[in-house]
Design a protein around this ligand. Structure first.
Ligand SMILES: NC(=O)c1ccc[n+]([C@@H]2O[C@H](COP(=O)([O-])OP(=O)(O)OC[C@H]3O[C@@H](n4cnc5c(N)ncnc54)[C@H](OP(=O)(O)O)[C@@H]3O)[C@@H](O)[C@H]2O)c1
Length: 254
């Protein structure tokens, strides 16, 4: 059996309509998985799912959900359960928001909105996907964290704190679910060219300054994250759990 044949696998990618989530949804669909692409916007989810299905000759379908809302993530679970007969193999959480501000300019509302989506959202998604992952016989939960979960950088207190929480959520769940045949891992990207990094990309001076932190001296393209995702989602990684794969052009090694 091919280690990267996902033709019997079901998947959901939260944040799957754009950026890194979109790349991972494309990677899974092009290797045979049936993939649910989730966005807050129904139209965006549908446009992305249709485009991926056509481009990858794959099976892709859309769903709208807001990870900041418990009711919405419960609804997503019910929709997935109905579509996948109560079973789900691969759950990827690529939803996230970032605000760059020194701490004296961060309001409580701003702080809480970042934690709500990035950290509480990761908890809600994991909790609601659990019964489906458990029922499927083998499961994979993959959280997209960040190198800022463990590397400090000024102006990122709210974002870095939220991603640190997700990394520890990942490691703790890996232990909790170890005897359920569900692996739980994190991918920590360094700088990638997506909408999230647009404020840096749109400022050539800021971009070059930021690249100085990266031994490879560049931002990555979203497709450069796909193989890490395929590895963690596949039978190639059956004994890998509680791990963090860092895809950062060498930043964390500095
Ligand atoms: N790009 C980087 O350099 C980088 C580096 C480290 C980590 N990351 C992480 O990678 C992940 C993907 O980011 P990206 O770079 O691909 O940027 P992006 O294109 O802005 O993707 C962020 C995704 O989060 C989704 N999202 C935001 N709030 C949500 C909510 N309340 N409910 C559901 N979905 C929500 C968005 O979906 P909709 O707008 O379609 O609803 C969007 O698809 C994030 O977790 C980010 O923190 C990115």
């Amino acid at each position: 059996m091919s280690l990267f044949d996902f033709s019997d696998a079901t998947a959901v990618v939260l944040g799957g309509a754009t950026g890194l989530g979109r790349a991972m949804a494309e990677g899974l669909a092009s290797h045979g998985a049936t993939v649910c692409v989730v966005s807050r916007s129904e139209d965006k989810a549908k446009a992305a799912a249709d485009a991926i299905a056509e481009q990858c000759d794959g099976r892709c379908w859309p769903c709208a959900a807001d990870v900041a809302s418990e009711a919405s993530i419960r609804q997503l679970r019910d929709t997935l359960s109905a579509r996948y007969a109560g079973r789900l193999n691969i759950a990827i959480n690529s939803a996230g928001i970032n605000v760059r501000n020194p701490i004296e300019r961060i309001s409580v509302d701003e702080w809480e909105s970042i934690q709500r989506v990035n950290s509480t959202g990761a908890f809600l998604f994991a909790r609601e996907m659990f019964p489906l992952l458990k029922s499927s016989g083998w499961g994979r939960l993959i959280n997209i964290t960040s190198i800022f979960a463990s590397r400090s950088f000024p102006g990122r207190t709210s974002y870095a704190s939220s991603k640190g929480a997700v990394l520890q959520l990942t490691r703790t769940l890996a232990i909790e679910w170890a005897d359920e045949n569900i692996t739980v891992n994190a991918i920590s990207p360094g700088p990638f060219l997506t909408d999230m990094t647009r404020p840096i990309l749109d400022n050539p001076e800021a971009y070059h300054r930021f690249c100085e932190n990266v031994p490879m001296k560049r931002f990555a393209e979203p497709h450069e994250l796909i193989t890490a995702c395929l590895f963690l989602a596949s039978p190639a990684s059956t004994f890998v759990t509680g791990a963090e794969i860092v895809v950062d052009g060498g930043w964390l090694a500095t």
